[in-house]
Design a binder for this molecule. Sequence first.
Ligand code: PRT
Ligand code: ZN
Length: 225
Amino acid sequence: MDKSSRLKVALQKSGRLTENSLDLLARCGLKYSRGKDQLMCYGENMPLDVLFVRDDDIPDLVQQDVCDLGIVGLNVIEEKRLSFQTRGVSPLFEQVMVLDYGKCRLSIAVPDGTEYKDASSLRGKRIATTYPNILARFLRERDVQAEVVTMSGAVEIAPRLGRADFICDLVSTGSTLIANHLSEAETVMESQAAIISTPVPVTMEKQEWIHRLTMRIDGVQQVKE
Ligand code: PRT
Ligand code: ZN
């Protein structure tokens, strides 16, 4: 099998989804060797190679057909989809299936003691987030005008720094919010890891391997339930 007929899968290089994603592929029977530069893994018993990248780059790599598949959080997928739309680019990658890990929620959080009734409490306020497009849609759908303060990280300290009144950030256990004297007020979106696929038609051979892989993932996930 030549190189172009091998499935290329983009995974997060180092982060919350990395271990679970590699574990999932291993449970599907994939045996792999890691490249010297640690940027790729090569499947030994399946025509499937893994490319390790930052999670934010995964939708672009799949959209541009550099990779056939990618595993990334629904939060990143949705933010990218909306950001493409805002720029007039059609988001063409498709969601193949959701996975049973990486579960979290994108939530509005307010400084302890601040009253929050519903989204109308955000009117005229500044809200810090790394998900400006998802937050803007949430506000638009509720007819609330507020200022979205886009940050690249450390969103939870924005209220203390005086950069924002509220935040909109990912939460899983909630302990980061507690440590920063913030309370979760409302869920904007639930998230978990998901597989996306390239918009470009792939060969029959690749289609068959994608089908086999998703069947195996279904099987692995059912065993875990
Ligand atoms: O370097 P790279 O860009 O690839 O990684 P990243 O830092 O952007 O992402 P990473 O590894 O933090 O998260 C990858 C994906 O994991 C996210 O896009 C989500 O889909 C998912 N995920 C699941 C989470 C969490 N749970 C989570 N808890 N992502 C981030 N968090 C943050 C949360 O915002 C808080 O700051 O982790 C902190 C701890 O959370 P608590 O609530 O348990 O205290
Ligand atoms: Zn990231």
